[in-house]
Write a protein that binds this ligand. Structure first.
Ligand code: ATP
Ligand code: SF4
Ligand code: MG
Length: 372
């Protein structure tokens, strides 16, 4: 098995074909065929990503964020999953058409993912050093000793104290925040072209969140890789994302540059997310404004706009007709019937990218560091 490592042409060393992007996701659809019916988990996701860029993928629980990422990684079981349309191209090559053997080269090496739940992706019976070095042995032909040495360096890099000792410990000996750092070390081991981080900070306190994000950004500055940051909190990606895709009920409802999403948003669901961002100064006094109601079942989607049952602006047409993407000349799109109506767009809330909780946290951290 290990033999083909030498013959394999590492895709991330190949030039990106003229006119292509690093990653192009094009009307991607992944449905699950279950006893209860067809779950429309990912229904027409489109975006492009280039080297050095960060894409934020934002949406409530169950909106299809993880399934989208796992589809790119070839990690969805088919069946029950089935690709119902679209494509995803990495450096011009379709990920969906690759064999499992080709995908094994891509995963961890070209595209690496920090999974949502660190405990399910760390193996409890193996020492941390072995797990962090695994990718290097597999993709780079490192010896056991070389991989362990590099694992020590990587743990040091992600801020784990006493890495020489820690490589010989097991996952249960690490705290939640430290396990999250181990996951990041694992994902960074082979210098991936694309780093996908699926809610890497939800379980962590604000200070550690800020540190982890800073760490990913430092690595990005050094290596020029792209980042896909998945989160339910628009504030988390406010100042780090170049582009943002907002997902609702398996569909991308708005996509644009971070400035377009924050200062020129064209979808009422995004407006709701903006209103839900905790604002540091008012945190204690004012409750957040969560969006009332729940997302629809992905098995029996209502006719019309999936957001209509919760949308304060819904009118008759919204309940009858599925809105198409309304796209501007810069590629900013919104799936709302009124996305190009200037009077309607006046309803967008005033906001600021720097009002995000992440920026506030980072600033608090910088202040503490200055004082110390
Ligand atoms: N193997 C599966 N079989 C059937 N349905 C599935 C399967 N995996 C995921 N789903 C469904 O696909 C939808 C999208 O799930 P996904 O995990 O992508 O949501 P998410 O946006 O990542 O949510 P969260 O924020 O909670 O992580 C959900 O309705 C989920 O129940
Ligand atoms: S199409 Fe209608 S229901 Fe959907 S987001 Fe726009 S206004 Fe709201
Ligand atoms: Mg998820």
């Amino acid at each position: 098995m290990a033999k083909h490592t030498h013959d394999y042409v590492d895709l991330k060393e190949q030039p990106i074909p003229e006119g292509s992007h690093l990653l192009e996701v094009d009307n991607l659809k992944m449905y699950f065929h279950t006893q209860d019916g067809i779950v429309h988990a990912v229904d027409g996701v489109s975006y492009t990503l280039d080297r050095g860029e960060t894409l934020g993928v934002v949406g409530e629980s169950g909106s299809g964020k993880s399934v989208t990422a796992m589809t790119l990684m070839g990690l969805i079981d088919m069946p029950p999953g089935k690709i119902e349309g679209g494509d995803a191209r990495y450096r011009g090559k379709s990920l969906l058409k690759m064999s499992e053997q080709e995908m094994q080269h891509i995963r961890g090496n070209d595209i690496a993912m920090i999974f949502q739940d660190p405990m399910t992706s760390l193996n409890p019976v193996y020492k941390i050093g072995r797990q962090v070095g695994e990718g290097l042995r597999l993709h780079r032909g490192y010896t056991k000793k070389q991989a362990l040495e590099r694992a020590v360096e990587l743990l040091d890099l992600v801020g784990i104290p006493n890495p020489e000792k820690r490589v010989n410990e097991y996952p249960h000996q690490f705290s939640g925040g430290m396990r999250q750092r181990v996951m990041i070390a694992m994902a960074l081991a082979c210098d991936p072209d694309i780093l996908i981080a699926d809610e890497p900070t939800t379980a962590l306190d604000v200070t550690i969140q800020a540190q982890i994000i800073e760490l990913m950004q430092e690595m990005q500055q050094k290596n020029g890789n792209a980042i896909i940051m998945i989160t339910h909190d628009l504030g988390v990606v406010a100042d780090m994302a170049d582009k943002i895709m907002v997902m609702y009920a398996g569909r991308p409802v708005e996509f644009g540059t971070a400035d377009e999403i924050f200062y020129d948003s064209r979808h009422p669901y995004t407006w709701g997310l903006i209103n839900s961002i905790p604002k540091q100064e008012t945190d204690e006094k004012k409750p957040l404004t969560p969006i009332a109601g729940n997302p629809p079942s992905l098995v029996n989607l209502p006719a019309g706009c999936p957001f209509a049952p919760r949308c304060p602006f819904a009118v008759d047409i919204c309940h009858e007709q599925l809105p198409e993407h309304v796209t501007t000349e810069t590629g900013h799109y919104s799936a709302c019937h009124f996305a190009d109506d200037p009077a309607f767009l006046k309803n967008a809330p005033a906001t600021s990218r720097t009002a995000g909780s992440r920026r506030a946290a980072a600033e608090a951290l910088a202040d503490t560091a200055k004082e110390a």
